[in-house]
Design a protein around this ligand. Structure first.
Ligand code: NAD
Length: 376
């Protein structure tokens, strides 16, 4: 089967869905691979390295005309007709937000596999681009904070005087938050963190952070491990804690999300106004509406009080080499799952709940949303 790797066309997208390393794995599974000329350039993968790994390099229309097309970003409306009828497309699709695109893909007779609809269960972890990308995003959030912050993270004692370590407060200790805690702690900061799921306390501590405790009722984290919205009383208590912790912090990194809902608003303008000049807020929920009231997606806003609020929505794409390596590995793991005979033949098994959950269009029909997946 021919696998096509078109270049990404969304402005600012630096990643590529296959790297020379992942191409070698796809070839070993019996597939041919055609990479669009220059597709890996922004991620520092030259065409020659793809050729050395066993791929061909060619024009965009050949990559789009493959049997399986792999991408990072959803195709643009004008790119859908480049896919051939009966082709398979594997990419991030945000299926809940893009009903029109799903309808177009179904009408085109494309089988679309949403890389961002992989169920969050242990068996599917090797395909989980949401985890691999947010993990990098958490790291990069700290790097962006360090860039905007006018002081050092680690405490220093020098002949010119001593500097205390930076104080970092992280809200939300999921995949992104834990990566941010580990990165900030490794730079020498004192890190405190809170999550509505009290079971994250141990993970926060294992990454070098201190867990901020608020008495929470049973079940604030749902049975599936994801957060639920808090009741009004608890929300009010939590908001007091956020305000107090933010006022004490030099850097605040917010990562709180609730699946299927807009990001909860946790850092108000008033809370930011109580932060010291020079402090930095990095809002990793900017794409979903933001955890901070002052966030502007894609921008760095400096408040009248001298606090910088960073709303970048492209944190993984700011690490294009590593992000493409991990994304390419996730894609190669998917292709391995779909090539059980290791013979270059793609077999889609809609009885398998992982493959079913990702399959958003097939045989001319939209199959989103999928039936619920059993938690394991
Ligand atoms: P997420 O991106 O949905 O949310 C980020 C964090 O924000 C979560 O930890 C959530 O509890 C927290 N949060 C929500 N509202 C908050 C509030 N008001 N205040 C503070 N924190 C708040 O979460 P995620 O990183 O995708 O992970 C969520 C769960 O899924 C975890 O249990 C994780 O271990 C699990 N998970 C499992 C797999 C897998 O098995 N394949 C992969 C990834 C994540």
């Amino acid at each position: 089967m021919l696998i096509g790797v078109p270049a990404e066309t969304v402005p600012g997208e630096t990643r590529v869905a296959a790297t020379p390393r992942s191409v070698a794995r796809l070839v070993a599974l019996g597939h041919e691979v055609l990479v669009e000329t220059g597709a890996g350039q922004r991620a520092s993968f030259p065409d020659e390295h793809y050729v050395d790994a066993g791929a061909r390099v060619g024009p965009a229309q050949d990559a789009w005309a493959a049997d399986l097309v792999v991408k990072v970003e959803a195709p643009l409306v004008e790119e859908v007709p480049l896919l051939r009828r009966g082709a398979v497309l594997a990419t991030q699709l945000s299926p809940a937000q893009r009903p029109h695109l799903l309808a177009d893909l179904a009408e085109r007779g494309v089988t679309a596999l949403a890389m961002d609809a992989v169920p969050r269960i242990s068996r599917a972890q090797s395909l989980d681009v949401l985890s691999s990308m947010t993990n990098l995003g958490g790291y990069r959030a700290v790097v962006e904070a360090a860039h905007e912050y006018g002081s050092v993270f680690t405490g220093q004692v020098t002949a010119a005087g001593s500097v205390p370590p930076a104080r970092v407060f992280v809200i939300g200790a999921g995949v992104a938050g834990l990566a941010a805690i580990g990165t900030a702690a490794s730079l020498g900061a004192v890190v405190r963190a809170f999550d509505v799921r009290p079971e994250t306390a141990e993970q926060v501590e294992s990454m070098g952070g201190q867990f901020v405790r608020i008495a929470l009722p049973e079940g604030a984290g749902g049975a599936d491990g994801y957060a639920r919205e808090m009741d009004a009383d608890l929300q009010a208590r939590a908001m007091e804690v956020y305000a107090r912790e933010c006022a004490e912090a030099d850097i605040v990194i917010t990562t709180a999300l609730i699946p299927g809902r807009p990001a909860p608003r946790l850092v108000t303008a008033q809370t930011v106004s109580a932060m010291r000049p020079g402090s930095v807020v990095v809002d990793m929920a900017a794409r979903n509406g933001g955890n901070c009231e002052l966030t502007e997606p894609g921008q760095v806003v400096t408040t009248p009080g001298g606090v910088k609020v960073v709303g970048y929505t492209d944190l993984p794409a700011r690490l294009p080499i590593q992000a493409s390596q991990l994304y390419g590995t996730n894609v190669a793991n998917l292709v391995a799952l779909l090539t059980p005979g290791k013979d270059g033949e793609l077999v889609l098994d809609l009885e398998d709940e992982v493959q079913r959950a990702m399959t958003v269009t097939h045989d001319g029909e939209v199959l989103w949303p999928p039936p619920p997946v059993s938690v394991s």
